[in-house]
Design a binder for this molecule. Sequence first.
Ligand SMILES: [Ca+2]
Ligand SMILES: [Ca+2]
Ligand SMILES: [Ca+2]
Ligand SMILES: [Ca+2]
Length: 227
Amino acid sequence: MRILVSILGGLLIGLAAGRAHAITNASAVLDGAGQWTSGGTYSNISAVAQPGGIIVSRGGTYENFAGFLGTFILRPGLDTDGDGIPDELDNDNDGDTILDHEERDGSAFDPVTATDINDPDSDNDGVDDDDEAAAGTNPTDENSLLEITDLVFSNDTTFVTWKARSNKTYVVHAYNEDLTDPHALFVLSTNTVLGGTAPWYEVIHTVSDESASADTTRFYRVEVLSN
Ligand SMILES: [Ca+2]
Ligand SMILES: [Ca+2]
Ligand SMILES: [Ca+2]
Ligand SMILES: [Ca+2]
């Protein structure tokens, strides 16, 4: 799979502003007498203090065996990504293709990094969590993303610089000024970047276009191959 993450000209992926969440507290737990209680506030209850024997059986599988420790807030009707599936039934609340449990346990990233299950762009850097996973950038650092950082024309050569990650392969395309043309002028380079230091192995990488001319406008696009 190829993803387009960065294109010269400030055309970074934009996000719709405002993701207001209307939250309705409809939490419910079984009290010590085995009765349902709802609408109350439960906090800082130690495991020792919890009444025993609280079990919710759902579909033959016991859940919330630890009673109050398993209490969660139901938000009926909330559909964060607007896909028609309420969050309570949606295993990908924000629609960024990383499943909720993967966002919580951070397993989509190396190193393991948890992300927001209700926000497709956890660090608001303009690149969604799944694209950051493909590019190997840090989803919790707004300065870590695949982007062209510098474009210099000197001695009839253009130097294209971007934020890369070690062991990732990048394809650099050159375009003429007609950006509506789906076909690139040519592929400037395809190479695997090496170097960088743990944990994110970030590398500033540069390639050169010796066919550039001072008389023409040329655009560049950097793609990362996800595998
Ligand atoms: Ca998700
Ligand atoms: Ca997310
Ligand atoms: Ca991001
Ligand atoms: Ca980031």
